[in-house]
Ligand binder design. Structure first.
Ligand code: SAH
Length: 247
């Protein structure tokens, strides 16, 4: 028996409570339970309860947080959804690849699947907090699905991947030897890195260009592990230490 991964479904700044209820129902249908709401416009809500039907428990246990950073702070695999491609290309997954990756890494990296606002999706900053982006290959002439429908499609893919893995009972011998760094550890690293880059005059905060975004993309692509992150933090600390008194 392969367990359904304990992934977080994160809905950012949802305006229609009906979508929250319908997303909860889709989650329960597909065997998921952790719903995180980032600044929902209306919650708790009777409309959400009505649309959730028998998935009321998911709404009752939903966590409400202030930012996406907070929502993914304990996650080592963060996948953002987008109905269209963005200006800075990012590692992309198909819905099938996304589900397979989450199932394969379960037990090692907690995953979050992040959904955007009904009208505007996720901001570029929010998308840059994600290791991968996933796009449902809908018709280009009208690519944007209803929010809860997108939750349904991606959680169904996850369910299929669990059932497939169960059928194959794959051995997990290709697992990474270290857990990946979590969202919170990675944020501390970026803060430290930026500070040192400014200190050595490589980075000008008044003219940042896309430096930090590009570095985020680089490290996001590598999906650095905890041990590697400690090494980099140690290097940064030694640089700072050695620069002291050299002004
Ligand atoms: N106009 C917005 C679309 C918002 S649709 C935009 O262009 O980004 C609301 C949310 O549903 C999206 O943020 C995303 O989480 C999900 N969604 C809708 N269509 C999708 C698609 N084709 N692939 C992946 N997610 C999609």
């Amino acid at each position: 028996m392969i367990a359904v991964p304990d992934i977080k479904i994160v809905l950012v700044n949802t305006s229609h409570p009906g979508n929250i209820g319908a997303a909860a129902r889709a989650m329960k249908n597909m065997g998921l339970s952790s719903l995180v709401l980032v600044q929902p416009e209306e919650f708790p809500s009777g409309v959400a309860v009505g649309r959730a039907a028998s998935a009321l428990d998911i709404l009752e246990h939903a966590t409400v947080v202030d930012s996406l950073q907070e929502a993914v702070a304990d996650c080592g695999l963060v996948v953002g959804t987008s109905a269209r491609s963005r200006s800075l290309p990012w590692p992309m997954l198909s819905p099938e690849q996304c589900a397979e990756k989450i199932v394969k890494e379960q037990g090692q990296n907690r995953a979050a699947l992040v959904f955007g606002r009904e009208d505007a999706g996720l901001t570029n900053e929010e998308l840059q907090l994600c290791h991968f982006h996933v796009q449902i290959p809908s018709d280009e002439k009208y690519s944007s699905l209803n929010l809860a429908a997108a939750v349904m499609v991606l959680t169904y893919e996850l369910r299929k991947a669990v059932l497939n893995a169960e059928a194959q009972q794959e051995s997990a011998d290709d697992e990474w030897d270290q857990p990946r760094a979590t969202g919170e550890q990675v944020e501390h690293f970026y803060e430290h890195l930026e500070k040192v880059l400014i200190r050595v005059d490589f980075h000008d905060p008044d003219n940042p260009r896309q430096l930090m975004q590009r570095l985020r993309r680089l490290f996001g692509r590598v999906r650095i592990d905890v041990m590697e992150m400690n090494i980099l933090r140690g290097i940064l600390s030694n640089i700072e230490h050695n620069l002291k008194g050299k002004d």
